[in-house]
Write a protein that binds this ligand. Structure first.
Ligand SMILES: [Zn+2]
Length: 362
């Protein structure tokens, strides 16, 4: 039995800071939660590789969740004490203005607010435009550069993350927080390792927390070298498309409709037999799921599936609203259905099945 309380794990992971290249706090949380059930090692970029105890034979199965979150980095501090910054990962100006952030400095956390010219001072045309990040600044309340740097400790290169507390919504099955992309994926592999800890499995199971996904799936490229898996499952918090403004009949990521099985995005076309295996498993276990064909975006799958001679790889993701912003929204039903599907898949991934995925001779 798993000793983990999902909501506590999600809260802990969501509240922690893990900008691309600075995922240490997430790494620590992962390590704590797999202690005694998996052996941890690291690639030279900082990805954590948790190899499940027990299970010495069979195909190597990689469960991947990226530890980093979209964030910012301090570029320079103006004479007047404002912070100019650059984005780490994809942000949109509309979601950024007037939001609180935390600057992680050598001297500790410094709170700030993303500012820009106020609406009163904008011309009619300017008001219609999305503000560009390079025109924005962070206000830390400093009187000048000297105070911002010497007293507050802000320096170029410091990481900046959204200031957001994990929140249970009125319906306690709905939760909100930052970085559900992809702390949801991290939580999923951590929980799967725990849930399967005492089982005999027909495979060797790895949970891997990768670094620097949001800046180009860099950690996955090196982590996959370490594991050299036979099958990979990428776990994500994937964008929902069920809010006003979408055509409901075209929606492929509705909350409460279960995990998305991604069968296409511009960075990966999954192995067809693996897609079939995943959807057959979902059907036979009566797990609700939805199919996603994405015309944009990408995941760690991009780096993983072209490793060596190729790795059968699939992306499974509960839909999450408002990712790549300060707050995201997740329904725990979707999370739990994803976890159940993941566990059922791992139980079934034996030597014959793994070999069948790559049998192109028949
Ligand atoms: Zn992601």
């Amino acid at each position: 039995m798993s000793r983990i309380v999902t909501k506590d794990l999600l809260a802990q992971l969501s509240n922690a800071a893990g900008s691309p290249g600075a995922e240490g706090d997430i790494r620590t949380i992962v390590r704590q939660h797999v202690e005694g059930i998996a052996a941890c090692s690291y690639d030279k970029m900082g990805s954590i590789i948790c190899r499940r105890h027990g299970g010495k034979t069979g195909p190597k199965i990689l469960l991947d969740g990226h530890m980093d979150e979209v964030a910012f980095i301090v570029r320079l501090i103006t004479k007047e004490g404002f912070i100019k910054f650059h984005n780490l990962g994809g942000w949109w100006g509309h979601t950024m203005l007037a939001q609180r952030v935390v600057i992680k400095t050598m001297n500790g956390d410094v709170p700030g607010i993303i500012g820009a010219k106020p609406v009163h001072h904008l011309g009619a045309d300017e008001r219609k435009k999305v503000q560009e990040i390079k025109e924005m600044f962070i206000d830390v309340g400093a009187k000048d550069r000297q105070e911002a740097m010497d007293v507050f400790g802000v320096a170029p290169g410091d990481r900046i993350i959204p200031h957001t507390e994990f929140l249970e919504m009125k319906n306690p099955r709905v939760v909100s927080g930052k970085a559900f992309d992809d702390r949801v994926g991290v939580a999923l592999f951590v929980e799967a390792l725990n849930a399967l800890a005492d089982e005999e499995l027909p495979n060797v199971l790895y949970g891997v927390g990768t670094v620097q996904e949001e800046v180009g799936t860099r950690g996955a490229k090196t982590a996959v070298e370490m594991v050299d898996p036979d099958v990979a499952i990428i776990l994500e918090g994937s964008p929902a498309d069920d809010t006003p403004g979408f055509v409901r009949e075209e929606s492929q990521g509705q909350l409460r409709h279960g995990p998305q099985i991604r069968i296409f995005d511009p960075t990966m076309i999954p192995n067809r037999k693996l897609i079939q295996f995943v959807s057959d498993t979902a059907k036979s276990c009566e797990i609700p799921h939805q199919v996603a064909v994405r015309t944009s975006g990408g995941t760690d799958g991009r780096s993983v599936h072209v490793h060596k001679a190729g790795i059968p790889t699939i992306v499974i993701a509960p839909p999450v609203r408002y990712i790549h912003g300060h707050v995201s929204l997740l329904h725990l039903d979707d999370y739990e259905h994803t976890l159940r599907l993941l566990i059922e898949l791992v139980r079934r991934l034996d030597e014959t099945t793994a070999r069948m995925f790559v049998d192109y001779a028949h």
